[in-house]
Design a protein around this ligand. Structure first.
Ligand code: 5RP
Length: 225
């Protein structure tokens, strides 16, 4: 079994009858959604919302019903992947361009579980470039401002064209380098008009499930903000 599948299956054990569950996005969540669909077929009774059109389509293909955020008043549990996570439970997300919806769902969720294979587990963030969602209106100026602030932005392309998110925005990947100053970058981004949201998810999870060759390792975050 691959490590993403190991953690995807493990996370399903935390989903209980009656919960409203936020489904993340990506190749690790893919296995979680598959395992969840099996449980639902066996009788697990839950409601679900999604962080991306990609996950909605996956869920629907497996017979799951996905609600709109406006149809629910809370989320009990969100399960999502990460691109990198450090020892303080600070993560970079957005490799799959879904960071905005992922952050909204994470912000609403009472409990958050991040699932990943052990390669995502890092001492310090920064080998993975930090995704930032920006508005298309005036985007070249937004990018210029980022350049002036030393954030090394690169507009993300897909098939040679500017990638457009589920929210009809663009993604810029900041090449910050290993061990960048998280607070400094966060503060700089807060000052740039045109930034919709960034992929820094700082100390937001309650539980991490890391996939290792010896199985899933569950790590609790007792210092969650
Ligand atoms: C999408 C994300 C994903 O959670 C992140 O990219 C991890 O994906 P994967 O499980 O495919 O490695 O943030 O925007």
């Amino acid at each position: 079994m691959n490590l993403k599948e190991v953690v995807g299956k493990e996370a399903v054990n935390y989903v209980k009858d009656g919960m409203i569950v936020g489904l993340g996005t990506g190749s690790t969540v893919f296995y979680f959604v598959h395992a969840l669909a099996e449980k639902v077929k066996e009788g697990l009774n839950i409601e679900m919302v999604s962080t991306s059109i990609q996950t909605v389509e996956l869920a629907k293909s497996l017979g799951l019903v996905i609600k709109e955020l406006e149809e629910i008043d809370h989320i009990d549990l969100a399960v999502d992947g990460v691109d990198e996570i450090d020892k303080n439970f600070n993560a970079i997300k957005g490799g799959g361009a879904a960071l905005f919806r992922e952050k909204i769902v994470a912000d609403i969720a009472e409990k958050i579980i991040w699932i990943f294979d052990e390669s995502k587990d890092v001492e310090k963030l920064g080998n993975f470039n930090l995704p930032v969602e920006i508005l298309p209106f005036g985007y070249s100026h937004t990018i210029r401002k980022m350049e002036k602030l030393g954030l090394n932005p690169v507009l993300r392309l897909k098939d040679g064209k500017t990638l457009v998110t589920d929210n009809h925005n663009y993604i810029v990947d900041l090449h910050l380098g290993y061990g960048f100053n998280i607070d400094e970058v966060k503060n700089k981004l807060a000052d740039i008009v045109g930034v919709v949201e960034h992929g820094l998810f700082l100390n937001m999870c309650d539980l991490c499930i890391s996939g290792t060759p010896n199985g899933a390792i569950v790590i609790e975050n007792s210092n969650k903000k």
